[in-house]
Design a protein around this ligand. Structure first.
Ligand code: TRP
Length: 336
C-alpha cells in the first residue's frame, strides 16, 4: 500500500487569468514550465475566468479572451488529454468552496494582501468585495484538488501562504480535510523584464507597448520591439551588474534557445548590441512561429475546443466535488 502511494505522482494545480494578451513573460516565466511539468506530475490547469471580473470586463471581449487563452495554452503545449485543462466558471465547486473559505478567512488577513492594496489603488473607482476576497477563490481552486504543488510567480506567493493558513485553520477545527499545498520550487521559469525599463517585470499593463512582447505579436512587431530594447553603454554582450537590459536579453535568449549565458556571450564576442538585439528578436520569432500557427488552426476549430473544455470540466468537477462534499459534511450541512 505505501508503495503504490509513493509511486503516485504529485498533484500540481495552476491557473492563469484570461485578461487579454499573453506576453512573452507569461510564456517563458510560467506557461513553458507548465508544459514541462506535464510529464512528471498529475497536472490540472485552468483558465481563471472567475477571478477576472474583479476588474470590469467588456462582455464581448471577455468571451473572446477566455477562448483565446484556452486555445493559446493548448497551442503552447498544454495537452488536455494528459492534463485536465478547464475553464474555471464551468466548474461550480470553485465558487461554492470560495464562499465557505471566506467564512474561515479573516478581514485582517485579506487586508494585508499587497495585490489587493495595489489593485485598489489602480482601480480606485471599483474596489469591489470580489477584489478583496479574491484570495479565497484562489485558495478554493488549489484546495479542491488536494494539490501538492503550485507553480506560481513571486507575486502570488502571499496568496499561497494565505491558502496554507486557511487550510491549516480548517484542518485544525475539523480534522484533516485539505492537503497543505506548497509552492513549486524547482526549475523556475525565466523572469522576463520590461524591454523599456529592465528593472521592472514585463507586463502587458505597461502603457509603453514597446515594453512587452505578446506571443501573438506579428514577427515585424516583435523585431521592432527588440530593436528598441533599452541597453547600456558598455557594448559587451555579457551578464553584469548595471547591465539590466542586456541581462534581460540574455535571459530571454537563453530561455528560448536553451543556450547558457556563457555560450551566448561567446557567440557574440566582438559583436555589437545591434546584432545581438536582432538575433534575440529572430530567436523569439522562431520560437513563437509554431505556436502562432497552431493557435490559428485551433481558434477556428470550435468543436475541438468545446470537446476539450467540457471533458476537462467534467473531470475537474468529479475530483473537486469529493473535497467539497467532505468539507460540507464536516461543517454540519445536511446531505442532499
Ligand atoms: N491569481 C493568479 C494570477 O493572477 C491566477 C490563479 C487563480 C491561480 N487561481 C489560481 C494561480 C490557483 C495558481 C493557483 O496569476
Amino acid at each position: 500500500m505505501p508503495e503504490t502511494a509513493n509511486e503516485k505522482k504529485k498533484v500540481i494545480f495552476s491557473a492563469i487569468q484570461p485578461s487579454g494578451t499573453i506576453t512573452l513573460g507569461n510564456y517563458l516565466g510560467a506557461l513553458q514550465n507548465w508544459v514541462k511539468l506535464q510529464d512528471d506530475y498529475n497536472c490540472i490547469y485552468a483558465v481563471a475566468d472567475l477571478h477576472t471580473i474583479t476588474v470590469r470586463q467588456d462582455p464581448k471581449a471577455f468571451r473572446q479572451n477566455i477562448l483565446d487563452a484556452y486555445a493559446l495554452f493548448i497551442a503552447c503545449g498544454i495537452d488536455p488529454e494528459k492534463s485536465p485543462f478547464f475553464i474555471q466558471s464551468h466548474v461550480h465547486t470553485h465558487a461554492e468552496l470560495a464562499w465557505i473559505l471566506n467564512c474561515y478567512t479573516q478581514f485582517g488577513e485579506l487586508s494585508r494582501m499587497t495585490q489587493f492594496k495595489d489593485k485598489s489603488q489602480k482601480h480606485a473607482d471599483n474596489i469591489n468585495a470580489g477584489l478583496f476576497t479574491y484570495p479565497s477563490l484562489m485558495a478554493a481552486d488549489i484546495l479542491l484538488y488536494q494539490t501538492d504543488l503550485v507553480p506560481i510567480g513571486i507575486d502570488q506567493k502571499q496568496h499561497l501562504e494565505l491558502t496554507r493558513n486557511v487550510a491549516e485553520r480548517f484542518n485544525s477545527i475539523y480534522g484533516s480535510t485539505f492537503k497543505i499545498p506548497e509552492a513549486y520550487i524547482g526549475q523556475t521559469g525565466a523572469k522576463v523584464m520590461s524591454l523599456q525599463d529592465p528593472t521592472k517585470k514585463m507586463s502587458k499593463s505597461d502603457e509603453n507597448v514597446n515594453a512587452w512582447v505578446a506571443i501573438l505579436d506579428k514577427p515585424d512587431v516583435i523585431m521592432k520591439k527588440f530593436k528598441r530594447a533599452v541597453t547600456d553603454s558598455d557594448a559587451k554582450v555579457c551578464v553584469g551588474e548595471g547591465k539590466d537590459g542586456i541581462n534581460n536579453l540574455i535571459g530571454i535568449m537563453s530561455a528560448v534557445t536553451g543556450k547558457t549565458a556563457d555560450e551566448i556571450t561567446l557567440e557574440f564576442e566582438g559583436r555589437g548590441y545591434g546584432d545581438f538585439k536582432t538575433a534575440v528578436g529572430e530567436a523569439v520569432i522562431e520560437k513563437v512561429r509554431p505556436i502562432q500557427e497552431r493557435f490559428g488552426q485551433l481558434i477556428k476549430n470550435k468543436d475541438y475546443l468545446t470537446e476539450q473544455y467540457r471533458k476537462s470540466a467534467e473531470f475537474a468537477l468529479k475530483i473537486s466535488q469529493r473535497t467539497l462534499d467532505k468539507v460540507m459534511k464536516k461543517i454540519g450541512y445536511v446531505a442532499k
